[in-house]
Design a protein around this ligand. Structure first.
Ligand code: ADP
Ligand code: RBF
Ligand code: MG
Length: 394
């Protein structure tokens, strides 16, 4: 696989402890913060456009507020702005969702007695709220270090050093997993190894993570054996079972190069059909079932992302339905249940290599979808639910 720098033969230094950042690494709190910032910025009569997101990542609340005030030229102090945002957020923290691969990894490490900790910039009180619905997490994480328990926030090493101290661990035996550039710097400053799982995997952000030892597109790609820890063996037929995503919408025209250049037609979905469910970090190649109104239910394999080989300007969701159709079906309703993960998106030196890889993905999908639990979803009524009358065909 092209840019995979985490190959098992590329062995890193062995570690005994893992220190997890919380926001953006284990939990998707970023979307809750964004929703609240938007409300407050709008109250000041400004138009929220999401600018400055990268800068705010991993900062403590007052520092993040100062950066929004500067970006939007707001007539208030960081303290007042913060108070307004926090009032909204208090109610929202409990709705934070776990990121793909987080539960699987944390449970695996717990089962194998690998000591783990949370080392978060967020205040203790908020961490409690964020974890309120996560059953078992207080048992998994005997050590939780909050931003208000140390003097200096990330990028200073304090939080990670304190976590190591509480675990009775040598820093060089600790692995930090982080989504934010400031957190990566903090981990390195603490003398630890660092895996970056960027929550904003855009090209321009890459240099910000350059001091990380390994960069992954999601926790689904974390390989414990690379760090001398027990491997995960939970793939079935080459795919990783996951909480299903239900997505759907009319088939729209994509870049048109699927059938023309690759010989692999891809039925694009409009971004509105998936934006709320597919956070930015879940780029990758997935398997699942496709339901086409008036046609039937088929196996499918799909890519989610910017397609590094073509370096697309937009994030796309492109299912290749594993069936020969003799025609186009633009405009028809497509329902997808995504049930398994194969691999991250990769770049390739030649078009032939990309095409060969996509065919390999197709073979994996065909075989894996015959197996449980993947096969069960073919019967799911979501695939065939009739459309509301006003949008159904003709
Ligand atoms: P575009 O993405 O611009 O629509 P493609 O060259 O990728 O163009 O072709 C995709 C179109 O081909 C789909 O929208 C669909 O109508 C049609 N199509 C035919 N067979 C398939 C298939 N097996 N999987 C996906 N799309 C298919
Ligand atoms: N594009 C990439 O740049 N890298 C990939 O690893 C990659 N894998 C794909 C796997 C599958 C199963 C499919 C259907 C597409 C994949 N593509 C990948 C996307 C392909 O480049 C895309 O369909 C074209 O960009 C056409 O718009
Ligand atoms: Mg297409």
């Amino acid at each position: 696989m092209g840019d995979d720098n985490q190959h098992a033969d590329h062995h890193q230094h062995d570690v005994e402890y893992i220190l997890f950042d919380l926001d953006g690494t284990l939990l998707d709190t970023e979307s809750l913060v964004d929703a609240s910032l938007k409300i407050v910025v709008t109250r000041y009569g400004k138009n929220w456009d999401g600018r400055g997101a990268q800068k705010r990542l991993g900062k403590r609340p007052l520092e993040a507020a100062a950066s929004v005030i500067e970006d939007y030229e707001l007539p208030c102090t960081p303290f007042d702005f913060n108070a307004e945002v926090l009032a909204l957020l208090q109610e929202r923290w409990v709705h934070a969702r776990v990121l793909p691969g987080a539960i699987r990894l944390v449970q695996h490490l717990h089962k194998h007695n690998v000591p783990i900790a949370i080392a978060s910039s967020s205040p203790q009180r908020n961490i409690q709220r964020k974890l309120a619905h996560q059953s078992g997490w207080t048992e998994y994480f005997p050590v939780i270090v909050a931003g208000d328990m140390v003097k200096n926030g990330k990028p200073a090493p304090d939080i990670f050093l304190e976590a190591a101290r509480l675990l009775n661990a040598e820093p060089s035996k600790c692995l930090v997993i982080e989504d934010a550039p400031a957190g990566v710097l903090a981990g390195k400053a603490a003398g630890m190894q660092v895996v970056a799982v960027p929550s904003m995997p855009s090209k321009d952000a890459r240099p910000l993570y350059s001091s990380a030892d390994v960069i992954l597109s999601s926790l689904l790609d974390f390989q414990p054996e690379v760090w001398g820890l027990p491997p995960l063996n939970d793939r079935i037929g080459g795919a990783l079972p996951m909480e299903p995503w239900y997505i759907g919408g009319p088939v729209i025209k994509g870049f048109g190069r699927g059938s023309k250049i690759l010989g692999i037609p891809t039925a694009n979905l409009p971004t509105s059909a998936f934006s709320s469910q597919l956070a930015d970090h879940v780029c990758g190649i997935y398997i699942g079932w496709a339901g086409l109104s008036n046609r039937g239910i088929y196996k499918m394999v799909m890519s989610v992302g910017w397609n590094p080989y073509f370096d697309n300007s937009e994030k796309t969701v492109e299912p290749w339905i594993l069936h020969d159709f003799s025609e186009d079906f633009h405009g028809e309703e497509l329902r997808l249940i995504v049930v398994g993960y194969i691999r991250p998106e990769a770049n390739f030196t030649t078009l032939e290599d990309l095409v060969e890889k996509i065919h390999e993905d197709g073979r994996i999908a065909k075989a894996a979808l015959e197996m449980k639990p993947f096969s069960d979803y073919a019967e799911d009524s979501y695939l065939t639910t009739p459309l509301p009358l006003n949008i159904s065909s003709n």
